[in-house]
Ligand binder design. Structure first.
Ligand SMILES: [Zn+2]
Length: 271
């Protein structure tokens, strides 16, 4: 049975910016690969409320089971209390090579083109894939709707109010005191990359970037610096770039960029 609990060692490769959640305060869409190289999407991870965090390319060991509420084959529920935090792949000259040993061990989620990933999505429900871009056409900032900002703020206030009420009702003897609500900024604009892949059917793709690091750069240092950094990483003459693509639960045909793979091109490594 697929819903059986299993203990897996997982190398984390992707985290998206936190989203508000009625049940978990917030969740971070987190992705990794198992030791066999199979991609997994882990839910729910209220990342900033965990007793300990983890970084990209760090191993964790955790109890997971197939998520009954999400039929996408890569989606698993994780028991956050079961997480054991392992080593991070050390940042050395060959760090990308060491990461690649596990990341690309299973060819099943590596696609030569986005169109091939779409085919797999239709055939088997594949919802995570890696594709290398052939050309980057444009990187732009899309300002999000004012109504999105308003509903974000409303939801934040509503969650905070209900949490404060719960905390106020507690007696000293109760054990599980819920945490205080942490501030979460609404990201006003998201990066969108227009790019082409190497498929005869390709009519180019426009995809938003949900990677947490990119959002953090933007939140802390502003749009301009984040745009410069993203432009640098998307310079295909310098970086052997691949996009990690993930689809949306409600819109399985829509894929977004949930992470970037950007080792320097081999001919530049020793300069
Ligand atoms: Zn394409």
């Amino acid at each position: 049975m697929q819903s059986l609990k299993q203990r897996e060692r997982i190398l984390i490769w992707g985290k998206t910016y936190p989203e508000l959640s009625t049940k978990y305060l917030e969740t971070v869409c987190t992705a990794g690969v198992t030791e066999a190289g199979r991609p997994v999407r882990l839910f729910p991870i209220p990342f900033r409320y965990l007793s300990q965090g983890f970084e990209k390319y760090q191993w964790i060991t955790a109890t997971i089971c197939k998520n009954p509420a999400d039929s996408r084959p890569e989606s698993f529920r994780i028991d956050c209390d079961s997480i054991e935090y392992g080593d991070k792949i050390p940042t050395t000259a060959d760090e990308w090579g060491r990461r690649a040993d596990f990341m690309f061990r299973d060819v099943g989620w590596q696609f030569p083109t986005v169109e091939k990933l779409f085919d797999a999505q239709k055939a088997t429900g594949t919802s995570i894939g890696v594709v290398a871009p052939l050309t980057i056409k444009k990187i732009e900032l899309l300002t999000r709707d004012k109504s999105d900002a308003k509903s974000f703020e409303d939801k934040f206030q509503e969650l905070k109010k209900s949490l404060d009420a719960k905390r106020a009702q507690l007696t000293l003897f109760e054990q599980a005191i819920p945490p205080e609500m942490k501030k979460l900024d609404f990201i006003k604009a998201r990066f969108q990359i227009s790019w082409e892949c190497n498929d005869p059917r390709c009519k180019s793709h426009k995809m938003q970037v949900l990677d947490w690091e990119v959002c953090e750069l933007q939140r802390k240092h502003g749009d301009k610096l984040a745009l410069e950094k993203l432009n640098e990483l998307c310079d295909l003459s310098r970086y052997d770039l691949k996009f990690f693509l993930g689809n949306l639960f409600l819109y399985p045909h829509s894929f977004m960029i949930v992470g970037l793979w950007y080792p320097k091109r081999a001919n530049l490594l020793f300069r």
